[in-house]
Write a protein that binds this ligand. Structure first.
Ligand SMILES: [Zn+2]
Length: 356
């Protein structure tokens, strides 16, 4: 028998409304195993509605993010399906008008057979963008929802993951699970969901490593969804410094020579624990952080693949910065490339500051 499992039924079946501290899978079959596919490769079919190149590229990028995890789970995809329907035995991705939520994933399963079909619906009436330019995104003061982050969230459901509220993760508020260095933002699966899919499907035989850093953090939940806010800048005593919004982003007020503690969220999205990751802190005159900027401090962390680490590090603002000017206090992870990573574009980010 096929059953549909919307999130609300998951809750009832699990018999709990507690927030969860890490990735969530469905235990409702009561057979001691999480509900998942019986295969590690799931074939998706995208509607002809995705034939328009920017949308096709955006969907392809979202799928590729899942195919870059260290797990053995993979999606394959066929584009141009002109005959999509729920319950037809195919795993389809389509745009609809009859949806209240921005997007939904409808999964059919049986407890003996596992997940049998999954269909991902996007609501055409919401304001989406395929652009990852920061200024267009609701995440950074713009007006459109990033299609890529929502698609990654829905694909997480398609893999078998449920909503998670207790940590910074893509299976919560997806549009604030994102990172940026410079003018564009980038989408990613993130440590918690990677850990979830590895727990269900195991590690791939090819070793995939990746560490990343972002200026977003877990700051609460709305029901089963984690909510995320920007990371903060603390003073020497751990008090959050005053800030104001500039072009949709916080700018913290600091003094020359002040000792401050920039907070960032560090993730291990890869197969194995990283025992010694160098962090270098920089002052930059723009929001793109690189090792060519002015170094002002460093730190050393270790990251297992479990839950993201949101951490503040003490550094000192140089005395010679210009009063009234906006600078960017940045961090670069693994600056000497000790870790061989599947992505190197996610190792630096920033917090904006203005000198008093
Ligand atoms: Zn969801």
């Amino acid at each position: 028998m096929n059953k549909t499992i919307p999130a609300i039924l998951f809750l009832a079946a699990a018999g709990t409304s507690q927030t969860s501290l890490a990735y969530t899978v469905y235990w409702g079959c009561g057979n001691g195993e999480p509900l998942k596919w019986k295969t590690n490769e799931v074939h998706l079919r995208a509607s002809t509605q995705f034939d328009n190149p920017p949308w096709k590229r955006s969907l392809a990028t979202s799928i590729a993010r899942w195919n870059q995890t260290p797990s053995s789970f993979r999606f394959t995809v066929h584009y141009g399906d002109n005959n999509v329907a729920l319950g037809n035995g195919q795993n389809e991705i389509l745009w609809v008008t009859s949806l209240e939520a921005p997007a939904a994933t409808i999964t059919l399963y049986s407890c003996s057979g596992g997940i049998r079909e999954t269909d991902i619906l996007f609501n055409v009436q919401k304001t989406w963008t395929t652009s990852m330019s920061k200024r267009s995104l609701i995440s950074y003061g713009g007006t459109a929802r990033p299609f890529q982050t929502t698609a990654i969230h829905e694909l997480g459901h398609a893999a078998g993951l449920l909503h998670t509220s207790g940590v910074y993760n893509i299976m919560g508020a997806d549009w604030t699970h994102i990172f940026s260095n410079g003018r564009t933002a980038k989408s990613y699966v993130g440590e918690d969901a990677v850990n979830g899919v590895v727990s269900m499907y195991g590690l791939a035989s090819v070793i995939v490593d990746d560490v990343s850093v972002t200026h977003w953090r877990h700051n609460g939940n709305q029901g089963l969804y984690s909510t995320h806010g920007r990371t903060r800048l603390f003073d020497n005593d751990g008090q959050v410094l005053n800030s104001y919004l500039h072009e949709g982003e916080p700018v913290f007020l600091v003094s020359r020579g002040e000792r401050v503690q920039p907070e960032f969220t560090y993730e291990n999205n890869g197969a194995y624990r990283q025992a010694g990751i160098n962090l270098d802190f920089y002052i930059s005159t723009n929001d793109y952080i690189s090792r060519y900027d002015r170094k002002i401090g460093d730190d050393l962390i270790q990251l297992g693949r479990d839950i993201p680490l949101t951490r503040a590090t003490l550094v000192q603002i140089p005395y010679d910065l210009t009063s009234g000017k906006i600078y960017y206090l940045g961090v670069l992870m693994d600056g000497s490339n000790n870790i061989s990573e599947i992505r190197e574009d996610n190792n630096a980010t920033y917090i904006a500051i203005q000198i008093r």
